[in-house]
Design a protein around this ligand. Structure first.
Ligand code: SF4
Length: 77
């Protein structure tokens, strides 16, 4: 069965790198993945998807904890 993949993923920098960077273990460093995200042309779409789908790991230059804070801030506004 073919899985639908959003178009924005075709431009993802992480598709050409070690994905383990984007899933650091607890206490691990998110900075290397965030540096790659900073130069990614689909960062905004990635972040929007991660916020909506509650993804794990670093997406759109943010960690899970940072996205949780963003959701709470959005809910409070
Ligand atoms: S912003 Fe980061 S996690 Fe999202 S597609 Fe780009 S490199 Fe991957």
């Amino acid at each position: 069965m073919k899985r639908d993949v959003p178009d924005w993923r075709t431009g993802a920098v992480c598709a050409q790198t070690d994905l383990e960077l984007f899933f650091p273990e607890k206490g691990g460093q998110a900075a290397p993945a965030k540096r790659l995200c900073a130069g990614c042309p689909v960062r905004e779409a990635c972040l929007a998807a991660a916020l909506e789908q509650r993804e794990l790991g670093v997406w759109g230059g943010t960690t899970e904890a940072e996205r949780a804070r963003m959701r709470r801030a959005g809910a409070a506004a």
